[in-house]
Write a protein that binds this ligand. Structure first.
Ligand code: PMP
Length: 381
């Protein structure tokens, strides 16, 4: 029998906390739906449908030294990133995905009752990690058109918050943070974490200096820019993220992170991806082109209102129908998209950009959805 004393000994804020809402593995969904796995169009996780680059796959196949611990200083990958990004490697720290670095930053900056500002709808991980450390999450909601209110974020920070987490492009709204907005928020002196997990899909380039704020880090002691290999390089399953941080902060992160947070497979695949940039960037361009084709097609569906996007996903408002039923209907056809329970997104679905055949399958499934009673049949086509 389980010891009845143990759960009460766990820290109360964690015992009562809601968990992160993860997505189900596609094999499980296929089994549930009675469909063969190849019939699933997985458009719910913003993953790269083309997977790792050939060189990354080769590096993984050749991998030796699996019995040895990885380099806690992550020297090879930090050096390679520094060379490509033209920043000193003292600014760079890698992690098991950018999630890991978000966690380490929260460990450093957020204690019980300390305030963290987020601007929903945004990536749920920010509030989740703040709560893990007992922090108080201050929400500065985006407006009805999902626009960020940078002045309100800055005011919330000035009222005693320690840090804010912003995504550019934002997940799920797909829009970029502007330099003017960033400056207003940086002026507060609080820690500003800009999460650029999807930035390559905005610039179609790597390291994307046109839109990325990482070149500003050396001149701003309170700015951190997080990036990842999960999206543009197709390594989500391996967990490789990195951050560009002010040097004193990078040193602190190095000190408090788990020593072996970048595993040898992740490091080898990331290094090989940097050797395969032209191919990976061609894939990014294909995804961007597919995003625009998908957007055009979705705009033609009367009951969907897709938002423009700078990322590898499109958020759609569902009008005159129940978004949950649309999500379920698509799922029944093997097309997995993301739905939300947050009130601001209850009438929305988010669709990741896949290969052209995934978009075709999505469009077929949308057309096959039953028309709700009272709906205008012409609108549904
Ligand atoms: N930031 C944002 C905005 C994301 O949407 C995601 C993943 N969905 C991540 C970070 C996590 O990236 P990683 O795989 O590098 O942990």
């Amino acid at each position: 029998m389980a010891d009845p004393c143990l759960p009460p000994l766990a820290r109360p804020h964690l015992r009562d906390m809601e968990g992160y809402e993860p997505i189900d593995p596609p094999e499980l969904v296929a089994r549930e739906l009675g469909l063969p796995p190849e019939r699933i169009a997985k458009l719910d996780g913003n993953e790269n449908p083309y997977g790792p680059s050939p060189r990354a796959r080769e590096a993984l196949a050749r991998l030796g030294s699996l019995h040895l611990y990885p380099d806690p200083w992550q020297r090879q990958l930090r050096r390679a990133l520094a060379r490509h990004m033209e920043v000193d490697e003292a600014h760079i720290v890698c992690g098991a995905g950018s999630d890991d670095l978000l966690d380490v930053l929260a460990r450093l900056f957020v204690g019980p009752g300390e305030r963290v500002v987020v601007s929903p709808p945004t990536f749920g991980m920010y509030a989740f990690i703040a709560r893990l450390y007992g922090g108080e999450v201050v929400e500065v909601p985006r407006d009805g058109r999902f626009q960020l209110d940078a002045e309100a974020v800055a005011s919330a920070l000035r009222r005693g918050a320690r840090a804010c987490f912003l995504a550019s492009p934002n997940n799920p709204t797909g829009d970029l943070l502007s330099r003017r907005e960033l400056d207003a928020i940086l002026d507060t002196g609080a820690l500003v974490v800009v999460d650029e997990a999807y930035i390559e899909f905005a610039a179609g380039d790597w390291p994307a200096p046109g839109y990325s704020f990482y070149p500003l880090v050396p001149e701003h002691p309170n700015l951190v820019v997080l990036r990842t290999f999960s999206k543009w390089a197709g390594l989500a399953g391996l967990r490789v993220g990195y951050g560009v941080l002010p040097v004193p902060l990078a040193e602190m992160v190095m000190k408090v992170k788990m020593p072996y947070n970048l595993n040898v497979a992740a490091e080898a695949a990331a290094l090989a991806s940097l050797e395969d940039l032209p191919l990976l960037m061609d894939r990014v361009k294909a995804i961007v082109a597919e995003r625009e084709r998908m957007l055009g097609a979705l705009r033609g569906i009367g009951w969907l209102e897709p938002l423009p996007s700078q990322a590898n996903f499109v958020l759609c408002r569902v009008k005159g129908r129940d978004a949950r039923q649309v999500w379920e209907g698509l799922r029944g056809h093997g097309v997995l998209v993301r739905r939300y329970s947050h009130p601001s997104l209850q009438d929305c679905i988010r669709i990741s950009v896949g290969r052209p055949e995934d978009t075709d399958r999505l469009l077929e499934a949308l057309a096959a959805l039953p028309i709700p009673a009272g709906d205008d049949a012409r609108e549904a086509t």
